[in-house]
Write a protein that binds this ligand. Structure first.
Ligand code: SF4
Length: 359
C-alpha cells in the first residue's frame, strides 16, 4: 500500500472483473496514515487514467472503488468486524453462522473479503498465468509471501520469500535476509506468525515457511509477522508486551476476552514486577484456559501442569483475539518456566492436576 498502491488497485479491479462485481471497498486501518494517503493519491490517478470507474478503458466493465479510513482497531482485521465498521457501527465481529460474508455481508448482501496481499498477487498471476505462479514454492503452499521480521536481528525488515522452501533459519540467518542475531548473541525464541502464534525455539529453525508444517509443529504462519528474541530477552516481560496488546485491542463483545485479557495483563504485570505468587501463575493458567480451553488433564511438562494449547485454537470467544491474549503467556510459561519461577516472591502450594477444571 505504501510502495506500490497501484498493484493493489489493479488487483481489486481484476477481482471485481472475475467475480462480476461493480462495487469495491478498500478499508485501511486508522493508524496507517502513509498507506491511506498513498492509496488515495493512486486511486485518484487510476480514476483520471480510466483504469477505475465507468467503462474501464472503453469496455462495458465498470467498477467503483471506495476508500474507507478506519479508526484503528486490530479486531477489524476480522472480516465481519470490518463489515460492521464499514457500515458505520462499532467494529465488533458478528456471529458465524449466520453471518458468513459470502452469504450475508456488507448491508446484508453477499460480500467477498480479501486481504491486501492476496489482491496484490492478482496482477502478476493475470499476466503470467496460474501455472507460473504455482511453479513457485510447493504444492501445498505455492507462490511467495511477504514477511515482516522484527526484534533482535541484524537487519529487520519486510522480505518476500518463497513459500515452502525458505526456512526460518534462512530468514533469520541468511545473507539475503536478516543476517543473524544482533551483537553476536544467541537466539532464544521466535514468534513465527504474528503475536498470536505459539512460539518456536532454536531447534525449530529448519521448519520451512509452509502452513501445514508450521501447523504440525504447533504454531502458524498467520500474518507473516516474525518476532525474534535473543538471549538477553526478559521472557515474562516479552509475554506481557504481547498480552497487553491483545487486552487493549479486545472489542469487549464477549466476556472471556474482555475480562480475561485484562486479568492476564494485570496478573502478568504483577509477576514481571516481582510481586507475583505461585497462585498468580496458577491464576494465569486458569484465566487463559477459560478463554482457550486446553486438552485437560494431560501434559504436565512443568510443575504447573500446563496442558498444550490446542491448535487451531479452541475458544470460548467469538473471534481469535481472545485466545491471542493467552498464547504468549502459555508459550512463555511452557518454554521458560524458570524465568517465572525466578520472579515469584511468595511460595504457595499449587495443585498439579486438573488445572482449570473446577479448581
Ligand atoms: S474475542 Fe475479544 S475481540 Fe473478539 S469478539 Fe470477543 S471480545 Fe471482541
Amino acid at each position: 500500500m505504501e510502495r506500490d498502491p497501484h498493484q493493489l488497485i489493479e488487483g481489486c479491479v481484476i477481482a471485481c472483473y472475475a467475480a462480476g462485481l461493480s462495487q469495491c471497498f478498500l478499508y485501511i486501518r486508522g493508524e496507517m496514515a502513509d498507506a491511506q494517503e498513498r492509496v488515495a493519491a493512486a486511486l485518484n490517478e487510476a480514476y483520471a487514467a480510466g483504469y477505475v470507474g465507468k467503462n474501464i478503458l472503453g469496455s462495458k466493465f465498470s467498477v467503483d472503488v471506495v476508500l474507507h479510513w478506519g479508526a484503528g482497531a486490530y479486531v477489524v482485521g476480522e472480516e465481519t468486524a470490518l463489515i460492521e465498521s464499514l457500515e458505520g457501527n462499532r467494529g465488533m465481529p458478528r456471529l458465524k453462522p449466520p453471518f458468513f460474508p459470502a452469504a450475508i455481508g456488507l448491508y446484508g448482501k453477499p460480500t467477498i473479503v480479501n486481504n491486501v496481499e492476496t489482491l496484490s498477487n492478482l496482477p502478476w498471476i493475470a499476466t503470467h498465468g496460474a501455472e507460473a505462479y504455482t511453479a513457485i514454492g510447493t504444492a501445498t503452499s505455492p507462490g511467495t509471501r511477504m514477511v515482516a521480521v522484527s526484534g533482535h536481528v541484524k537487519r529487520p525488515g519486510v522480505y518476500e520469500i518463497i513459500n515452502g522452501t525458505t526456512t526460518f533459519r534462512d530468514l533469520i540467518y541468511g545473507d539475503d535476509f536478516c543476517q543473524g542475531i544482533r551483537g553476536g548473541n544467541e537466539l532464544k525464541a521466535f514468534v513465527p506468525g504474528g503475536g498470536s502464534a505459539p512460539w518456536f525455539t532454536p531447534d525449530q529453525l529448519d521448519i520451512p515457511f509452509e502452513g501445514p508444517q508450521a501447523g504440525a509443529a504447533g504454531s502458524m504462519l498467520g500474518s507473516g509477522a516474525i518476532m525474534v528474541m535473543d538471549s538477553t530477552t526478559d521472557i515474562p516481560a516479552a509475554a506481557l508486551t504481547l498480552t497487553r496488546f491483545y487486552a487493549h485491542e479486545s472489542c469487549g463483545k464477549c466476556t472471556p476476552c474482555r475480562e480475561g485479557g485484562t486479568w492476564l495483563e494485570r496478573i502478568l504485570r504483577r509477576v514481571v514486577d516481582g510481586k507475583g505468587t505461585d497462585a498468580d501463575l496458577q491464576q494465569l493458567i486458569e484465566v487463559g484456559t477459560s478463554i482457550c480451553p486446553g486438552d485437560f488433564p494431560h501434559a504436565s511438562s512443568t510443575r504447573l501442569g500446563l496442558a498444550a494449547v490446542p491448535f487451531p485454537y479452541k475458544m470460548t470467544t467469538i473471534c481469535f483475539v481472545g485466545p491471542s491474549a493467552y498464547t504468549p503467556v502459555h508459550s512463555a510459561l511452557t518454554l521458560f518456566p524458570e524465568e517465572f519461577e525466578a520472579r515469584i516472591t511468595k511460595r504457595t502450594h499449587i495443585p498439579v492436576t486438573a488445572v482449570g477444571v473446577g479448581e
